[in-house]
Design a protein around this ligand. Structure first.
Ligand code: FES
Length: 95
């Protein structure tokens, strides 16, 4: 039921203006309970000098595998603050 919205949203790996790496954190009904914790952790990683930014996004239709975080075309499932921190450090360089 969410797929129409999902398909029309694009997920660039970087913000073309700032060059920051973008991680899209699902804010849908199922994943959304964890969204704040994942976004908070990404903000901590950012504060340590990594060029990464969290964006909240709509349901990715993978609710049963959530919480989900998308980087470009890849959906990273079963995320938690530790895993999202490791992902951010891996894909984003230091500022
Ligand atoms: S609520 Fe996150 S994939 Fe559906």
């Amino acid at each position: 039921m969410h797929s129409d919205d999902t398909l029309t949203q694009s997920f660039p790996k970087k913000d073309p203006e700032t060059g920051e790496t973008l991680l899209f954190v699902c804010h849908g009904k199922t994943c959304g309970r964890s969204c704040r914790f994942l976004v908070d952790r990404l903000e901590q990683v950012r504060a340590k000098g990594y060029a990464v930014r969290a964006e909240r996004t709509i349901c990715m239709d993978r609710c049963e595998e959530g919480p989900n975080v998308r980087y470009g075309d890849q959906i990273h499932t079963h995320m938690n603050p530790i895993k999202v921190s490791e992902l951010a450090k891996k894909v984003a360089g230091k500022k």
